[in-house]
Design a protein around this ligand. Structure first.
Ligand code: F6P
Length: 362
């Protein structure tokens, strides 16, 4: 009987539990066992944090948000922050301990569900320690080049679109400008998809450094056409031309990436100054990561989970499952982590936005 271990790493995304459900059931139908590693690699570091996962345990988790295993974006086993007795953090490489536990437990394969950070760690384990790994791509940002879609994205876009729909009536009632900051790191997918669908007047994405003057002109132009309110969607990674990306610093021990955020408020202040219109800003933040996955995300996550077990069965390790519609394919992890997927400036979505009168800050 083969034993699999599954972990969920990085920021959570709606659909993680659906992957777990599919992996457990697809493995069970082959007569295999599955264990879950809590908080990324913690279960492999401390076997008390390994949970046996049976079809009964995961029976009703598919529609639920988050991950039943917990997740972390501060748990890189090759550079793990460990607190010493004096209360200071020291960085330790615990990858050998993890590999020993993996072998001691008799695991056949590790199914690592994560974004580019977690998949990079999975690839290091495969390459440097010989761990048989299969990756499953996850992120609300949809910024992994090797797959057409990641699960979580559709849910995040739906949440953001619903928020924009709701903001129209209050913006209109008060003749206000509402500036909404959405997630997505260095890619504008969430902003663009939700902004077009949610009737935004302005969409600012990282791929197009913006000119605040053209944003203000668009809002003033609205007035000439008897529209006295505006909705502005700003991706957290967007920046004005000749300005840096706005961040909250790294802040947290063990976190590899800077925490983005603050550009929405900056844009709102600039708009208020140049148009003299009442302007409010809000940050949608982690609302975009919560809630039940959409049907699209559930189905994609279930397909990823089942495909990951197929790869494990075929011994196709150090690969990630990916969507190449209508198929599921295997992509080498090394290739999958190489580059992030940006919004192509020649894409139909960009053309659509321009043609329906949305200002992209150009
Ligand atoms: O990568 C997913 C994501 O939600 C990004 O869009 C965002 O920048 C980041 O994670 C937020 O991370 P945290 O949950 O650590 O605040």
């Amino acid at each position: 009987m083969k034993k699999l271990v599954i972990s969920t790493g990085g920021g959570d995304a709606p659909g993680l539990n659906a992957v777990i459900y599919a992996v457990v059931n697809a493995a069970h139908s082959r007569g295999w066992e599955v264990y879950g590693s809590r908080s990324g690699y913690l279960g492999l570091l401390d076997p008390e944090q390994l949970v046996p996962l049976t079809p009964a345990v995961v029976a009703d988790i598919t529609p639920t948000g988050g991950t039943i295993l917990g997740s972390t974006n501060k748990g890189n086993p090759f550079a793990m922050p460990v607190r010493n007795l004096a209360g200071d953090y020291q960085i330790h490489d615990v990858s050998d301990r993890i590999m020993k536990n993996f072998q001691r437990m008799g695991f056949y394969c590790h199914i690592a569900v994560g974004g580019d950070g977690s998949l990079e760690i999975a690839h290091r384990f495969a390459k440097e320690k010989g761990m048989p790994v299969v990756g499953v791509p996850k992120t609300i940002d949809n910024d992994l080049q090797a797959t057409q879609r990641t699960f979580g994205f559709d849910t995040a876009v739906s949440t953001a679109t619903e928020a924009l729909d709701k903001l129209h009536s209050t913006a209109k009632s008060h003749d206000r400008v509402m500036v909404v900051e959405v997630m997505g790191r260095d890619s504008g997918w969430i902003a663009l998809n939700s902004g077009i669908s949610g009737g935004a007047d302005v969409i600012l994405i990282p791929e197009i450094p913006f000119d605040i003057q053209s944003v203000c002109e668009k809002i003033s132009d609205n007035e000439l056409h008897d529209k006295h309110y505006a909705i502005v969607v700003v991706a957290e990674g967007a920046r004005a031309a000749n300005h840096e990306v706005v961040t909250q610093g790294t802040g947290e021990v063990g976190r590899a990436e800077a925490l983005l955020g603050g550009i929405g408020l900056w844009v709102a202040n600039m708009i208020r100054t140049c148009t003299e219109k009442d302007t409010r800003s809000l940050v949608l933040g982690h609302l975009q990561r919560g809630g039940t996955p959409t049907t699209f995300d559930r189905l994609l996550a279930l397909r990823f989970g089942a495909a990951a077990v197929r790869l494990a069965e075929a011994g196709e390790f150090d690969h990630m499952v990916a969507l190449a519609t209508p198929d599921m394919v295997a992509v080498p992890l090394e290739q999958a982590i190489k580059s992030r997927k940006k919004v192509p400036l020649s894409s139909d979505k960009i053309m659509t936005a321009r043609e329906i009168g949305i200002c992209l800050g150009e």
